[in-house]
Design a protein around this ligand. Structure first.
Ligand SMILES: O=P(O)(O)OC[C@H]1O[C@H](OP(=O)(O)OP(=O)(O)O)[C@H](O)[C@@H]1O
Length: 161
């Protein structure tokens, strides 16, 4: 996904921080339940899912694959490319982020009994998540390390306000 004008702030996440935050989520999940397997929501859930599966010693990993038609403003339709069998009972459902809650609503209809966990949660989607680590304001763009590269930036004094 790409930022649009709805976002007023950017919150860049490094690989190291993402690893640390994924481990923090694993700590919260550790004593919660026994999970027979993990379902990653593609694509953003794939990286945290790998870290959490490792920490919780989960080897059975599934995916729910969702593609947004209009990923730039998040107002377009989402297409479910692949689901899973069953109602999610005993499964851990992982995504990187819940933002508007649109993806969360879709997946919870598919696997209502799964335990839904994300690393980051914004207020609009937060009620749909069972466990998360960090709340971020709705107008903040979370810049994930796989969407970024290091580049030159102007000094703050030269950027204008
Ligand atoms: O709560 P929502 O408003 O639905 O936003 C959250 C979703 O947005 C991101 O996926 P994205 O649509 O960018 O697809 P991708 O992970 O395949 O890049 C993220 O990984 C979540 O799945």
């Amino acid at each position: 996904m790409k930022p649009n004008s709805d976002y007023r702030r950017t919150y860049p996440i490094s690989w190291e921080q993402l690893h640390r935050d994924s481990r923090a989520l694993a700590w919260r999940l550790l004593d919660l339940h026994y999970f027979k397997g993990l379902i990653a929501i593609t694509r953003g859930g794939l990286v945290p899912a790998a870290v959490i599966a490792r920490e919780l010693d989960i080897h059975l990993v599934e995916t729910i694959c969702i593609s947004s038609y209009d990923w730039q403003d998040k107002k377009g339709e989402a297409e479910i490319l692949k689901g899973v069998d069953g109602d999610g009972e005993g499964w851990l459902l992982i995504d990187d982020l819940v933002d508007t809650g649109r993806t969360a609503k879709l997946v919870k209809e598919m696997v209502p009994k799964a335990h839904f966990a994300t690393i980051y949660a914004k207020p609009a989607g937060r009620p749909l998540v069972d466990t998360f680590v960090t709340e971020v304001s709705q107008d903040t763009w979370i810049l994930f390390p796989w969407d970024a590269e290091s580049t030159f930036v102007q000094p703050m004094a030269g950027q204008g306000r």
